[in-house]
Design a protein around this ligand. Structure first.
Ligand SMILES: Cc1cc2nc3c(=O)[nH]c(=O)nc-3n(C[C@H](O)[C@H](O)[C@H](O)COP(=O)(O)O)c2cc1C
Length: 182
């Protein structure tokens, strides 16, 4: 049985309002809606902070942004409401964090990701080439006809670096803009 997933809106904190970021697309007829699906063994740690930072950077461009921690038996039908799905988690013992990987293989998440615009990331201590070879495919192999806007590997120290989150968010926005062009 699928269970409901807790979703949280991410809005721009006053301290970030003055920071510059390209306003969103000239092409969009309405603000982009993005959901960040993630998992981590820790709560309130560097992954949580990173997710919040990505969300704030997206929200600063005018996007509507929510985040949701994955549950392997969750009901992910709400994903249909979103234009973009940002999805990622840390690696533990060579595998993407279990609730995200479990959701992809056991819940209805995979079905609701079909054809979606996605941005993928993993956080891990391994060298980047290894992560591209072993870890990102664990996410990609569960996607049918995706439009991949960005795929990135972050080292643990980068999760605490605001520039890394801002750079990832810019990459997502730019690729989304391009995807809207006829
Ligand atoms: C128990 C444990 C196992 C880990 N296993 C791997 C691994 O197999 N490969 C890897 O590249 N990194 C591994 N890491 C590093 C984590 O992916 C990395 O530190 C990540 O940023 C942790 O995110 P968190 O702070 O949200 O838990 C492991 C970390 C922990 C704590």
């Amino acid at each position: 049985m699928n269970i409901g997933i807790f979703r949280f809106r991410i809005t721009v904190s006053p301290s970030r309002l003055n920071q510059s970021m390209q306003p969103m697309t000239q092409n969009a007829t309405r603000p982009m809606k993005a959901i960040i699906l993630f998992d981590s063994m820790s709560t309130g740690g560097s992954t949580d902070q990173f997710i919040e930072a990505i969300g704030q950077n997206l929200a600063r461009t005018g996007a509507y942004v929510e985040k949701a921690r994955c549950r392997e038996n969750g009901d992910f039908s709400f994903v249909d409401e979103f234009d973009v799905v940002v999805m990622g988690a840390p690696i533990y013992y060579l595998l993407v964090s279990s609730q995200l990987l479990g959701a992809l293989s056991r819940s209805n998440l995979k079905a609701h990701l079909k054809g979606k615009k996605v941005a993928l990331f993993v956080a891990c201590g391994s060298p980047e080439p290894m992560a591209h070879l072993l870890y990102l495919p664990q996410l990609k192999m569960n996607l049918e006809n995706p439009v991949i806007l960005a795929e990135r590997v972050f080292a643990p120290d980068q999760l605490k670096n605001p520039e890394a989150a801002a750079d990832f968010a810019s990459q997502i926005i730019e690729a989304y803009d391009r995807s809207l062009k006829p």
